[in-house]
Design a protein around this ligand. Structure first.
Ligand code: ADP
Length: 340
């Protein structure tokens, strides 16, 4: 598809360039032939005068030069050849240049389309897996003639958990889409760092308590401008990961600091840490590191950090990670304090 689009675009470039070039050549040809004819006519009348030949009667209609007829014809022929040659060179050069330029013009579109295709394939794959599990557990329960109320309740609870995960995934996919189109500056408001840290901690507290992971916070309160819901989401993602990848008895810590221009949040944990080969990819969509070590971690979709990064980017901020296996992880988010 892109090959034929590239060829079509090249053909359009070529058509425009050749139209301009041929029009110029026609004008040049007309002007130069008229000039040549006039010059040869002047030369002829001078030569006739000198050689005592019969001058052209005054007032006679202008004639072409008779003595230099063959010189004029060969000059005109050379002119035509030069113009044809120049046009042929322009045709070849602009076909090559047009092809290269068309490729460059189409490359970002091609890349965006390939990215979208990959995204759709990954998203459908991620959706299929829990749906297949849901379907299988329902079928098994339905086929069981002696299913007790207790067992049925367990199946329903499992199904509900799967539905919750699918909902989180759908929400994150939608949020990713939204932040890719960039957050609306209209959604910005002045928010307090302490308030949003508290809100984010409250959202992950049940899971942390369930696992026996302690959450600590050290917040220097201050105001900054941002999309409140988005920043809470970003902090929830980091805290949630901290809890997910830390075993019971460990701790997750969140710090908030301010400078006159910047607001920063640092989320650190005493968890599993991330191995060096995974580090460059953890912000990619659907990328998941080695999650086999941790049971609760297997419930993710690899969308959290890519969404966190989109949110930081949409606020013209940054997110960085430093981590080593067995030494926990540190995620640092820096945002500008003023409105964009
Ligand atoms: P998910 O947690 O759903 O797998 P994320 O995008 O949030 O997806 O994270 C991507 C990967 O980065 C995870 O699969 C995990 O391997 C790694 N990761 C993220 N946060 C942490 C953390 N705090 N400790 C250890 N590994 C982490």
């Amino acid at each position: 598809m892109f090959r034929s689009a590239r060829l079509k675009l090249t053909a359009w470039y070529l058509l425009i360039i050749m139209l301009v070039s041929i029009s110029f050549s026609l004008v040049i040809h007309r002007q130069v032939t008229a000039e040549l004819r006039q010059r040869f006519a002047v030369m002829e009348s001078r030569v006739r005068g000198r050689m005592d030949m019969e001058p052209l009667p005054p007032g006679s209609p202008p004639r072409g030069p008779e003595l230099f007829a063959s010189d004029l014809a060969s000059a005109e022929q050379r002119l035509l050849l030069v113009l044809l040659y120049a046009n042929a060179v322009i045709l070849v050069v602009s076909a090559g240049a047009g092809y290269v330029l068309a490729g460059r013009t189409l490359r970002p579109i091609e890349e965006a389309l390939a990215e979208q295709k990959r995204f759709m394939a990954d998203a459908s794959h991620e959706l299929r897996t829990p749906l297949t599990a849901l379907k299988a557990s329902n079928e098994v329960a339905l086929r069981d003639k002696k299913l007790t109320a207790r067992a049925a309740r367990e199946v329903l609870a499992g199904n509900l958990a799967d539905v919750d995960r699918l909902t989180v995934m759908a929400d994150r996919l939608l949020a990713l889409e939204r932040y890719q189109a960039r957050a609306e500056p209209g959604a910005f408001e002045t928010i307090s760092a302490a308030d949003i840290v508290d809100e984010a901690i409250e959202r992950v507290r049940p899971m942390a308590e369930g696992k026996g992971v302690r959450i600590e916070s050290a917040v220097a309160d201050g105001a900054f401008d941002a999309d409140r819901a988005a920043i809470v989401e970003l902090l929830v993602i980091l805290l949630d990961n901290g809890v997910k990848y830390t075993d019971g008895g460990g701790r997750v810590r969140i710090e908030a600091k301010q400078t006159p221009k910047r607001q920063s949040f640092v989320v650190s944990d005493t968890g599993a840490g991330i191995e060096a080969p995974h580090l460059p990819h953890i912000f990619d969509r659907f990328y998941r590191g080695d999650v086999s070590r941790n049971e609760t971690a297997t419930r993710g979709h690899g969308l959290g950090l890519s969404l966190a990064k989109e949110i930081a980017d949409a606020h013209k901020g940054s997110i960085e990670v430093s981590s080593a296996p067995g030494e926990g992880s540190v995620f640092a988010v820096t945002l500008p304090r003023g409105r964009r």
